[in-house]
Design a binder for this molecule. Structure first.
Ligand code: NAD
Ligand code: MG
Length: 389
């Protein structure tokens, strides 16, 4: 009798977030295929404990060290190893007990543990786009060196990845990233100047963490995704286009050298790209709602409004310049979005902070990893000084 396929052991970095919790839903529905080895969270100790009691991982990390005792006590009747702090994230990423890391930490904080998992030769299901935005050249180089496959979870990149299956000999002419346009699609600066946090947090099509929801409203998210795509698919900046597609049904497209376009479509539901990355190359049967063309009589497309949503232009500048520009853009954006979420600055100030920080931090053509970390720190300090944090 043929033996059953062994379960894939999954490490979820950022398990309490939007992507992390949806990844656990996928695993819960497929316990014959997947088991949980590592869970990590920054501050939501209660959810981390609940998840741990349900999925019984080998190890958990709570980022906030002041919550270590609480988590340790709550899990004292189990064999789960409990760690705390930033360094522990890298330590557990170096374990050889798991097969796939779901990189679902938000922001620059995801870079170090993801790099450790790559050096550890693991498969990376990558949601944390900032990892590639900050240091894409080094991340991709290491993934080749250590034979660590990076499978995108971001829906646009998953779409492109899916369109490329079976096309390894066929060069890409260009890719078209679709963007919903966010909650302020069609609005002008005289409206945006008064936008507040709660309005910006209401995305029309996707329910996501706070940072990416604001990035979607400012279109910075699409800019970060252009940079992410450059590294994932080895593209030149001019091969990457963005089109506004408010229904978010086409998740992105690839155009080949014969002019043929392939698109991947479906309901906007992150569980699909998460599941695809976890199961790749296999597609897993599920009961997610099916898309019906009859219910969507029109799919529409428009040019982005570069004049109003200037973050997109700044990201394209970073994409074209290369070097540490995208790292600086990302750091300034993280600080500015955080300040906006705390009602410290206005919506349009986010762009001003990013732009000024990009002008201020000196350009480095081919940064080392250390120089990326330094550029990130310098950009954060400058952005914070502008906001007077
Ligand atoms: P989220 O804010 O909902 O969750 C973030 C997770 O990271 C939480 O578990 C949190 O505890 C952890 N975390 C936060 N700060 C940390 C730190 N400093 N150190 C360690 N852990 C930390 O975010 P999300 O929406 O799930 O997004 C996660 C990543 O996935 C982001 O990079 C985002 O761009 C990307 N992504 C998300 C979606 C989505 O639908 N949510 C879609 C595409 C890509
Ligand atoms: Mg996306």
């Amino acid at each position: 009798m043929a033996s059953a396929t062994p379960k894939r052991s999954v490490a979820i970095f950022g398990s309490t977030g939007s992507i992390g919790t949806q990844a656990l839903e996928v695993i819960r529905a497929n316990t014959d295929m997947f088991e949980v080895d590592i869970l990590t969270a920054q501050s939501n100790d209660e959810l981390l404990v609940t998840q741990s009691l349900e999925f019984n991982p080998n190890a958990v990390v709570i980022g906030d060290e002041s919550k270590y005792e609480k988590v340790k006590t709550a899990l004292s009747k189990t064999n789960i190893k409990v760690f705390a702090g930033e360094k522990a994230l890298e330590e557990v990423a170096s374990f050889d007990t798991y097969d796939v890391m779901i990189a679902a930490i938000v922001g620059f904080a995801g870079l170090r543990p993801t790099l450790k998992a790559i050096e550890n030769g693991k498969v990376i299901a990558l949601a944390n786009k900032e990892t590639l935005v900050v240091a894409g050249d080094i991340v991709m180089q290491k993934s080749i060196e250590h034979k660590s496959a990076i499978i995108p979870v971001d829906s646009e990149h998953s779409a492109i990845f899916q369109c490329l299956v079976g096309e390894s000999r066929n060069p890409i002419e260009k890719i078209i990233l679709t963007a919903s346009g966010g909650p302020f699609f069609g609005k002008k600066p005289n409206f945006l100047v008064n936008v507040k946090r709660d309005h910006a947090l209401q995305h029309p099509n996707w329910s996501m963490g706070a940072k990416i929801t604001i990035d979607s409203a400012t279109l910075m998210n699409k800019g970060l995704e252009m940079i992410e795509a450059k590294w994932l698919f080895n593209l030149q900046p001019e091969q990457i286009e963005v089109v506004i597609h408010p229904q978010s049904v086409i998740h992105s497209m690839v155009q080949f050298e014969d002019g043929s376009l392939k698109a991947q479509m479906g309901f906007p539901d992150m569980k699909l790209p998460i599941q695809y990355a976890l199961g790749f190359p296999q597609r897993i049967k599920n009961d997610f709602p099916r898309f019906s063309f009859k219910k969507y009589p029109a799919l529409t497309f428009e040019e982005p409004d570069f004049k109003t949503f200037r973050n997109l232009g700044l990201a394209i500048d970073a994409l074209q310049s290369g070097g540490n520009k995208a790292c600086v853009l990302n750091a300034a954006n993280e600080i500015a979005v955080w300040a906006f979420l705390k009602n410290r600055i206005g919506f349009l100030d986010i762009t001003a902070v990013v732009e000024k920080t990009m002008e201020y931090v000196p350009f480095i053509q081919s940064p080392t990893l250390q120089e990326y970390f330094e550029s990130d720190g310098e950009a954060r300090n400058f952005a914070a000084s502008m906001i007077k944090l």
